[in-house]
Design a protein around this ligand. Structure first.
Ligand code: ADP
Length: 384
């Protein structure tokens, strides 16, 4: 079954054509600068498509040029926010589209863009089955004591202010693969999954279900990320507001100027590791702050999982940065968890064990593949 996987942003549209059974990518691409005018008179200037409908025409043309005639069975959309309603992927109709739109206030940068992508497909291919796969859905199993903030109740009841969690598609995919690696049915898998990309989150899994996760009301809470601060004392924001910072200034500082970038001047883990190895003290401190924060979460989530049977690293940093994993591993020694230095340094695209034989529990690296997860979920919904 061929599925077109769409990740629709406000000014970009990322796509992949996937063969679900073969688990491979037939073609992929990224259309950028959507709606950014067409200042393209000069040579080599990129002329952005006017809107998502025009971007979709470009996607269609690119797919046909690459693959010729083909029969797409369905479109799977990555949708960021499913609120409290969506706990699994759903077949999209008008009512579902409006429900995703009603969640716009909770994800003002993402859900409106996701809806633009859905509407563009509906218009071009009215009979094409479309499935929404939500980033929040896997975390709908969090118990209330994990998703509540200790603020006045009406903030939740009137404004939906609670912890939702994100990266759910990846956490679920990796949970299934990790359970399989340990020869456990997924319902018997308890563990901690660290998804470390530009955005990063860690999830506690009990019985194959998410029981806690480090991102909260938005993807800002939790770990130190590429440009996001993760956890901090909320009074800092009050302090800055009183000092005259605007809401936009604070938002930009927290989401775009913080994290590795704020501490080391660079948001890319590879560059920060290289700088640290070359003796840059700020880069070393950024790595120390980020790895310590993650280790504290892993310790806490070992408890939340009711005793983890494995710790799992995934995504760009988790899969590739043996230096960062080693820094986290040093702290985990307090729990008897030991990496094997040699196994940790093996470069591979495959899922693998990186812990020492006498480690209290295994530590795994399991590559994530969110598009494959979306394609599989889409195929499952379409097949009913
Ligand atoms: P996104 O959240 O954008 O999907 P990725 O999962 O691609 O992010 O992760 C991006 C991060 O992974 C960057 O910090 C990048 O430096 C890091 N990364 C990618 N490849 C490597 C590598 N070979 N060694 C160390 N870090 C890497």
């Amino acid at each position: 079954m061929l599925v077109l996987v769409i990740n629709s942003g406000s000014s970009s549209l990322k796509y992949q054509v996937r063969d679900v059974e073969a688990a491979n990518v037939l073609t992929e691409g990224l259309i950028e600068k959507i709606g950014m005018g067409n200042g393209g008179e000069g040579d080599g200037e990129i002329i952005g498509p006017r809107d998502h409908a025009e971007a979709l025409e470009q996607v269609d043309a690119a797919i046909h040029q690459e693959l010729g005639e083909l029969e797409l069975a369905a479109v799977g959309h990555r949708v960021v926010h499913g609120g409290e309603r969506f706990s699994e992927p759903v077949l999209i109709d008008n009512e579902i589209t409006r429900a995703i739109e009603r969640l716009n206030p909770l994800a003002p940068l993402h859900n409106p863009a996701n809806v633009l992508g859905i509407r563009a497909i509906s218009k071009k291919w009215p009979d094409m089955p479309q499935v929404a796969v939500f980033d929040t859905a896997f975390h709908r199993t969090l118990p209330e004591h994990a998703w509540r903030y200790a603020v006045p109740d009406e903030l939740y009841t009137n404004h939906g202010i609670r912890r939702y969690g994100f990266h759910g598609t990846s956490h679920e995919f990796v949970t299934q693969r990790a359970a399989a690696m340990l020869d456990l049915p997924v319902e018997e898998f308890d563990g901690v999954i660290a998804h470390l990309g530009n955005g990063a989150s860690v999830t506690a899994i009990q019985g194959g279900k998410s029981v806690d996760t480090s991102m909260g009301f938005t993807p800002l809470e939790g770990l130190v990320m590429g440009t996001r601060s993760g956890d901090l004392d909320p009074s800092i924001l009050v302090f800055l507001a009183r000092a005259g910072w605007s809401t936009e200034d604070i938002d930009s500082m927290l989401n775009r100027q913080s994290g590795l970038k704020g501490l080391a001047g660079n948001n890319d883990m590879r560059s920060v590791v290289e700088a640290s190895e070359a003796g840059d003290a700020k880069a070393s401190m950024a790595l120390a702050v980020a790895s310590y924060r993650l280790a504290k979460y892993i310790g806490g989530y070992h408890v939340a999982a009711g005793g983890a049977k494995a710790i799992v690293f995934t995504a760009g940093i988790g899969e590739n940065s043996h230096q960062f994993r080693a820094l986290v591993g040093e702290h985990l020694a307090a729990l008897g968890i030991q990496l094997d230095a040699g196994l940790n340094q093996v470069r591979s695209k495959l899922a693998r064990v990186i812990s020492a034989a006498d480690s209290a529990i295994p530590v795994l690296v399991v590559p994530t593949d969110e598009e494959q997860a979306i394609a599989e979920a889409t195929a499952a919904v379409v097949r009913g």
